[in-house]
Every structure is written in structure tokens, then in C-alpha cells.
Design a protein around this ligand. Structure first.
Ligand code: GLU
Length: 488
């Protein structure tokens, strides 16, 4: 059986968007599921679109997400160079372009800008393209040679007949047949000597023995042209998997404007790598059962590319948040603390806070790191709160009962030396027993007074332990004042 070889072939043009990450992940999973090789190829032939630093983002993201490539610019596997601008220098693209010319499947074109501008244009996939009229296909061999000898600038174009049809197969979309008259004579080699992506991807996928190509379906309409190239060379066409678009919740193409389109943006928003990878895997793929939580290793085992769906995938940030929260719940507390520390420090500056303890309290209550602020803000400063908050139906508390409770526990809390959670709890438990009341009847007003919030990451005594004696007492006294004036 042939060895499965896949590639992630990004153009270094900016950030690594969720769609790019999904292509890389699926390519990785297809290879690893079958014990094959996953390769990184940098497609930098479009020098105008090259963005400084973009290659570094690619390496960083692959390393961080665990999509370790077996071969690439930094890991020679015998198929190098792995950067197209370097491949170009070996003459590989020109060699194959000339082979096509010899076969009559390509031709030199010397048309200048003025002539091209005078030609008909068409809008294809939102881009305006010139429909080339095959003018230079009519040049004689001598004319071509004279032009070349004179150093006239040229491009090399694919020669696609105006009659007939071309059929190709995509794993998701099935057989697709197009009229050749709809296919333009696309440029294979540009006037600067660089190949176009359209040509280089075919030459490289073949010469690097790539068996499966996963990419966005914006390439679907060009694929018949690629297939014609494979056929002209007599090469085997790889398995094509063109992935459906990822849309936002309004069914618009996921864009930078959606604010969560790139991997590093998501990290900045407080998501963790494992959850992002897990979520992205499910953007268009699903396992046989309804399982949703997968480590990368589990994805490798479960991933069957035949289960990729062709319906558009909706990037649902609410779902991703949920998933991230599940990862927090399952995380080793030490690791959680390490990652949460910068956020905790920002919310609770200074050295009076037991951040480790607080991390434990919030770990299962947040979905992304920035949620920490909303969990702990009341520790930093008692918020303004309404006395209504003391009234709780289930706890059977109201303003009057709360005032009575706070007044009765205040002297006890003043005498109390041990402000540990446990010490405070034991002390208050005794009061509860003496009063013969329900736990919440006493704890609710205390917790309200020390937090000013309905939801807190811990109970009354846990919060008092964190706040310390002075601050706890100050807050209880404030609560008493508040209740007194409300009841007056
Ligand atoms: N360089 C292309 C891109 O980044 C790759 C498309 C492909 O995977 O063939 O979109």
C-alpha cells in the first residue's frame, strides 16, 4: 500500500486563521491516522502578498497545537527544498513548464499590459480576470524563439481547448464536470520567473508524493485546471478534499472583523490551545457517536476523513467557550494556576491574596481566562449592591432577618481569632445549632454582606478567609448600616 503523505501548504500572508488551522489539522490527522507523513511546505511565490513574520506564526502555531510536521524547511525528509522560492531556484518549475510546452499543453505568451487590458474580463469567485484570447498560441516557433532571444518579457500559459469537458473527483463534492470553454488559459510561470500557486501546487504535490490534499473550497473552481495538468504529465491525481467555508453565526464568511478568526487572537481572548484544536476539528467533521471532547491523540485515532461534511461549518463562539470551560474543569489545578496567574494578578494586584486558593475556587466556574475578573472583582472592592439582595425565598431570608443575623454574629466575628475557612465555619455552625435555623438562613446574609454579589466562587467563610478579619468585619458593619437605613 502506498504511504499516506499530506501537506500543509500555507502562504505566509498573515495570521493563521481558523480555516487554515482546520486544513492543517485535517491534513495532520489524515496522515497520522494512517501512520503516514505530514509535511510543511511554504508557498511564497506571490512575493507581493508576503508578510514579514508570517512564516514564524506558522511555525509557532504548528508547534503549539502539536501538529508536528515530519518534513519541512527545518526538517529535511528528502523531498526538499520545502519553500517554493527555493524550489524555484532549482529550475524545477521551468523544467516542467517547458515539458508542457513540448506537449502542446502550454505556450509562451508575450502580450504586453496594453494588449491584456484591451481584452474581455470576467468575474470569477469575486476576482476580475482577463479572459485570454490565445493570441500567442498562434505564434510560429520562429517568432517565439526570436522573442525569447530578444529578451522580450513573457509568461507561460496553460493551453486549454475551447471544446470538450474536464471531470475531476472531490471526496466531498463527488465528480465535477466543467466545460473547457469556461476554463481560462491560466498563467503557470509569471514574468518574474516565479510559478503561480496554480502551477506550483501541482508540480510540488506530485514531486513530493502527496496523496491527499485538503484545502478550502475556494480552490474548487480551479481544480479542473490542475487535473488537466496532472493528466498532461501523466501523473496520478491526489485525493482532493475541498472543505466548506467556515461562517460566523450570521452565516457570513468568518473574517477578521468577527474578532475570533485567528488562532493567536483566540489565545489572546483567553482560550486554551487544546480546546481550540478540539473545537476546530469539529468544524466540518464529526465522529460516529456524538462525542465532543477529544485530545489530539484521540482525534488521530478517531479521524476518518470520509466523515467530513460539505455543509458550511458555523463557528460558534458560545460552543467554543463551553468547550474551553470543560477543559478547565478537567485540568490539573497546578497547570490551571500557572496559566491563570497573569489574569489573577491583574484582577487582584498586591501580595495580600492567596492566588492559588482563588484559582482553585474559580477553576470550574469560568469559560475563558478573562472571566476571572467577574469572579473575583468583589474581593478587590466591595461593589455597590441593593439591600434587596438579602431577600432570598429559598433561604427564607429578608432584610429584617438578615439584620438580626448580622448583628448577632458581628461580636462573635470580632472575637474570633482563627479566620481560616474551617475555623470560621465551625464557629458559625455552632451558632446555627443554637439558633436551630437552616444553614443558608445565616450564611446567605453573611455572604451577601462580604461580597455584595449573588454569585460568588465560594461560600461565606471561604470569602472571609480570603478577605481577612479587618476587611470582613468592615463589610459586615457596612451591611448592618445598609440594612438599618433601609428598614428605618
Ligand atoms: N498556499 C495555499 C493557501 O495558503 C494553499 C492551498 C492548498 O493547500 O493547496 O491557501
Amino acid at each position: 500500500m502506498e504511504k499516506i503523505r499530506t501537506r500543509y501548504a500555507p502562504s505566509p500572508t498573515g495570521k493563521m486563521h481558523v480555516g487554515n488551522l482546520r486544513s492543517a489539522l485535517y491534513e495532520f490527522l489524515i496522515a497520522k491516522h494512517a501512520g503516514g507523513d505530514f509535511m510543511l511546505r511554504i508557498e511564497d511565490t506571490d512575493q507581493e502578498r508576503f508578510v514579514e513574520g508570517a512564516t514564524e506564526i506558522i511555525y509557532r502555531t504548528l508547534a503549539k497545537t502539536g501538529l508536528v510536521h515530519d518534513e519541512g524547511p527545518d526538517k529535511d525528509g528528502g523531498y526538499g527544498p520545502y519553500v517554493q522560492s527555493e524550489r524555484m531556484k532549482t529550475g524545477i518549475y521551468m523544467k516542467y513548464a517547458k515539458e508542457l510546452i513540448d506537449k502542446g499543453e502550454a505556450y509562451y505568451c508575450f502580450c504586453d499590459k496594453a494588449r491584456l487590458d484591451s481584452l474581455k474580463t470576467e468575474v470569477v469567485d469575486g476576482k476580475t480576470i482577463t479572459v485570454y484570447d490565445k493570441h500567442c498560441l498562434g505564434l510560429s516557433k520562429e517568432e517565439v524563439e526570436a522573442n525569447l532571444a530578444a529578451g522580450k518579457p513573457f509568461v507561460i500559459r496553460q493551453n486549454i481547448p475551447n471544446e470538450g469537458t474536464t471531470t475531476f473527483h472531490d471526496e466531498l463534492y463527488g465528480d465535477i464536470t466543467v466545460d473547457n470553454s469556461e476554463l481560462d488559459d491560466m498563467i503557470l510561470i509569471k514574468s518574474d520567473g516565479f510559478p503561480t500557486y496554480n502551477f506550483a501546487n501541482v508540480v510540488d504535490d506530485h514531486t513530493m508524493n502527496i496523496t491527499h490534499v485538503v484545502r478550502g473550497n475556494e480552490y474548487l473552481s480551479s481544480s479542473p485546471k490542475y487535473v488537466r495538468l496532472y493528466e498532461a504529465f501523466g501523473w496520478k491525481v491526489p485525493v482532493y478534499i475541498h472543505l466548506p467555508l467556515i461562517t460566523d453565526e450570521h452565516h457570513q464568511k468568518l473574517s477578521k472583523r468577527s474578532g475570533h478568526a485567528s488562532f493567536e487572537d483566540l489565545i489572546e481572548q483567553g482560550f486554551i490551545t487544546e480546546a481550540i484544536v478540539n473545537y476546530v476539528a469539529l468544524l466540518g467533521w464529526s465522529p460516529e457517536d456524538n462525542r465532543e471532547i477529544f485530545s489530539l491523540q484521540e482525534l488521530i485515532e478517531a479521524f476518518d476523513y470520509h466523515r467530513i461534511s460539505k455543509s458550511p461549518a458555523v463557528f460558534d463562539i458560545v460552543k467554543l467557550r463551553w468547550m474551553n470551560g470543560e477543559y478547565f474543569k478537567a485540568m490539573d489545578p497546578e497547570k490551571f494556576y500557572e496559566m491563570a496567574e497573569p489574569y489573577l494578578k491583574k484582577s487582584l494586584p498586591g501580595d495580600r491574596w492567596d492566588l492559588k486558593k482563588i484559582a482553585k475556587m474559580v477553576q470550574s466556574r469560568i469559560e475563558v481566562f478573562p472571566d476571572i475578573e467577574g469572579q473575583v472583582d468583589f474581593l478587590r472592592e466591595l461593589p455597590e449592591y441593593d439591600v434587596e439582595m438579602y431577600t432570598h425565598k429559598k433561604m427564607k431570608t429578608d432584610a429584617a432577618s438578615s439584620l438580626e443575623v448580622l448583628e448577632s454574629v458581628l461580636p462573635l466575628l470580632e472575637q474570633q481569632e482563627d479566620y481560616s475557612n474551617d475555623g470560621l465555619y465551625q464557629m458559625l455552625l455552632k451558632v446555627i445549632e443554637e439558633k436551630g435555623c437552616k444553614n443558608g438562613f445565616l450564611m446567605w446574609p453573611i455572604r451577601t454582606a462580604v461580597s455584595g454579589k449573588q454569585m460568588t466562587p465560594g461560600g461565606a467563610t471561604e470569602l472571609m478567609e480570603l478577605l481577612g478579619k479587618d476587611e470582613s468585619l468592615r463589610r459586615i458593619r457596612l451591611g448592618i448600616e445598609k440594612l438599618r437605613s433601609a428598614l428605618a
